[in-house]
Every structure is written in structure tokens, then in C-alpha cells.
Design a protein around this ligand. Structure first.
Ligand SMILES: Cc1cc2ncn([C@H]3O[C@H](COP(=O)(O)O)[C@@H](O)[C@H]3O)c2cc1C
Ligand SMILES: O=C(O)c1cccnc1
Length: 345
């Protein structure tokens, strides 16, 4: 386990090197969780995916029993040059206005943190300096994307049992679509959805922006970190950084919706096991999200028709996580309870 917080990394190559040496699963902790499960007073497998969650928490915390005492939710906010091109139903100033709402305890994420038992932090990433419009330029310079990655990489995860990263950034479903296309191919139609609820004309502009980005950046998008720099955004890079920091600190991650998942997907595009410590909390209404989760091989825990971002879907999924943990750690075994075990051998 690495010391936390990490020192900022000096280059994208340093991040590439880090991704080549990611810590793997703790197989002893997983074995301990899997050994306990059939001893508990229930028919084998009867708690369904709750059993899988308990083993996953143990595996990626490197601890049995796992725990969920301290859950951290960090919202990163960034502004996007592409938002000036009419790709969102809302104006770009909503980003900073919503940050104020987070600070005033007025947003969905504030209520869901309280309901789910998570600490909330909001990190603003140069809101007065939007990224460049990525259909005609690279969104960020190398120094800018590195700074944003480091905002997540240097999160203090000491004693944190699970991490949720969320975002606020008007226009960022367009950036997420462009990033998903860069990482996994396909067409703009595959990845572009209506985000905050854009009308038909705006939806066409969104697809055109993603098509234009594909044509403008071309083969340069083949490298995942370069794709993040060219078509991503500050909050996307920071979320990716946070997900990587969590892997190094042995902290399991709950992925939120489309923007969060596309950002984290950079690591799986770089190395096949890059997101094994992350579980898909929910399936967003944004159609690109389902496609992305299928591509990543991740089955969402919940499907509640949500399409908000802010970490909201991941926070709701703390319910099933806490339920899984309560059963795994609190249930009596057949021997303890004097309940007869199954007669099937
Ligand atoms: C009031 C409000 C609160 C939000 N909270 C999250 N988002 C979500 O919507 C934005 C992405 O959608 P698009 O790409 O269509 O702009 C992001 O800020 C995302 O976090 C919000 C959007 C609005 C308007
Ligand atoms: O899936 C998401 O996270 C999402 C979808 C629409 C708008 N904002 C976020």
C-alpha cells in the first residue's frame, strides 16, 4: 500500500509508469470472505450480489472483515470550452453556481451524502479558465492535464474505506462522449446522449462536435492519456486521478454515471485490470453509459433512471454496500446459531 496522500507526479510518463505496476487483488482477504459466506445462516448464494460485494470490498481493501466506516465523496468542478458551442441545455455559469449550492448544502449530492453516510468535499479546478473547445483544439496542455490529474492523485485517502468521485461541469457529457469514443472507438451516435436534456438542434450540435473532434485529433487519440488531454476536461482528469490514487491506497471505488465512468475508463484502456478495484454503482439514463459499462465488463448495481452526475448514483449505492457488509460481518454461522446446514453435499 502506498503512503497517502501521494506527492504530485511530474509528468504523464510518470503516470504511465505507475499504471504498469498497479497493486493486484488481495487474494488472502478474498479467500477469507469467500470461506465465511457459506458458513452463514442462509442458503448458499441467497444474498445474490450482496455476497459478491462483501468479497470485493475485502479483496480491494486488503482486509477481512472489510469495513465502511469512512466513505469519502469528492466532487471536482471544471468548465469546458465546448460548452460555448451550444451542447448543453444549461449555460456554463451553472457550474460555478452549483458549486455554491454544494457549499450551501443545497444540492442532491449533499442530501445523498447525509443519507448514505459519506463525507463530502468539493474541489474547484480553475473555473475561470475553461478548457479549449476540443473540436478545434486540444482541450488542455500537458501541464494543465497533469495539474488536473494531480488534483485527484494527491487526495488524502488515509483511513478511507471507499471513495466516490463525482463531477460538475456544464458540457461534460460531450467531453465524456468524445473520450469514450477515443478510448473504445465507434461513432458519435454511439456515445452522445442528451445530457441535461438538450433539444434536437443541440443534440445534433453535440454529435457534430464529437465527430469534428474525432477528425481533428485523429490518430493522436489512440493514447489514452493523450485522449484525456485532448478531449477531456479538468474534472474528468481529476476523477481519473482519484480513481488511480484509490487503487494505490487500497481503497475500493464506486463509479457514478457516464462522465465518471468515462474518466475512470482511461486506466482500463491502458491496462486490462486497471479498474478491478472499481464497481459500477448504477446505470445512468445517458445511453453511452450502458454501452461503456458493457465495454468495461461491469454490471451496474442499480438502475434507477438517474442522470444527474455529482456522484449521486454512487452515493445511493452505498445502501447495498452497507447491507452487504452488515450481513457478511453480523450474521451468525450455522454452528453458532445451531441451525442445521444443507443436506446437499
Ligand atoms: C442544475 C444542474 C445540476 C447538475 N448537477 C449535475 N449536473 C450534470 O449536468 C452536467 C452535464 O450535462 P451537460 O453535458 O448536458 O451540460 C454536469 O455538470 C453534470 O454534473 C447538473 C446539471 C445542472 C443543469
Ligand atoms: O450519467 C451521468 O453521470 C450524467 C448524465 C447526464 C447529465 N449529467 C450526468
Amino acid at each position: 500500500m502506498s503512503a497517502t496522500p501521494l506527492a504530485p507526479l511530474a509528468s504523464l510518463d510518470a503516470i504511465r509508469a505507475l499504471v504498469r505496476t498497479l497493486p493486484g487483488p488481495d487474494t488472502a482477504a478474498r479467500a477469507a470472505a469467500e470461506a465465511r459466506e457459506p458458513t452463514l445462516t442462509k442458503p448458499a448464494g441467497s444474498l445474490g450480489r450482496l455476497e459478491e460485494i462483501a468479497a470485493w470490498l475485502a479483496t480491494w481493501q486488503g482486509r477481512h472483515p472489510p469495513r465502511l466506516e469512512r466513505v469519502r465523496c469528492v466532487i471536482f468542478a471544471g468548465n469546458h470550452g465546448i460548452a460555448a458551442k451550444g451542447v448543453s441545455a444549461f449555460p456554463p455559469e451553472v457550474t460555478v453556481q452549483m458549486v455554491q449550492n454544494f457549499r450551501n448544502d443545497g444540492a442532491a449530492v449533499n442530501q445523498l451524502c447525509k443519507a448514505g453516510g459519506a463525507e463530502l468535499d468539493v474541489i474547484e479546478l480553475e473555473l475561470d479558465r475553461p478548457t479549449q473547445p476540443f473540436d478545434t483544439d486540444a482541450a488542455m496542455t500537458e501541464a494543465e492535464v497533469l495539474d488536473a490529474l494531480n488534483a485527484g492523485l494527491t487526495l488524502d485517502l488515509t483511513d478511507v474505506d471507499a471513495l466516490i468521485v463525482g463531477e460538475m461541469g456544464i458540457g461534460n457529457t460531450t467531453a465524456a462522449a468524445a473520450l469514450a469514443l477515443a478510448l473504445f472507438g465507434g461513432t458519435a451516435e454511439d456515445w452522445v446522449g442528451r445530457g441535461t436534456g438538450i433539444d434536437d438542434a443541440g443534440f445534433a450540435r453535440k454529435r457534430a462536435a464529437v465527430d469534428a473532434a474525432k477528425a481533428f485529433h485523429g490518430a493522436a487519440l489512440a493514447d489514452p492519456l493523450e485522449a484525456l488531454r485532448r478531449v477531456g476536461g479538468r474534472e474528468l482528469a481529476a476523477m481519473a486521478g482519484g480513481v488511480l490514487a484509490a487503487r494505490l491506497a487500497r481503497v475500493p471505488v464506486l463509479l457514478d454515471g457516464f462522465i465518471c465512468s468515462a474518466s475512470a475508463a482511461v486506466w482500463q484502456a491502458m491496462t486490462p485490470d486497471g479498474l478491478d478495484h472499481a464497481m459500477a454503482a448504477h446505470a445512468s439514463v445517458e445511453p453511452g453509459h450502458r454501452r461503456l459499462l458493457e465495454t468495461l465488463g461491469k454490471r451496474p448495481l442499480l438502475d434507477l433512471g438517474m442522470r444527474l452526475g455529482e456522484g449521486s448514483g454512487a452515493l445511493v449505492a452505498l445502501g447495498p454496500l452497507r447491507s452487504a457488509l452488515a450481513c457478511h460481518t453480523g450474521m451468525a454461522t450455522f454452528a453458532e446459531a445451531g441451525v442445521s446446514a444443507s443436506e446437499a453435499s
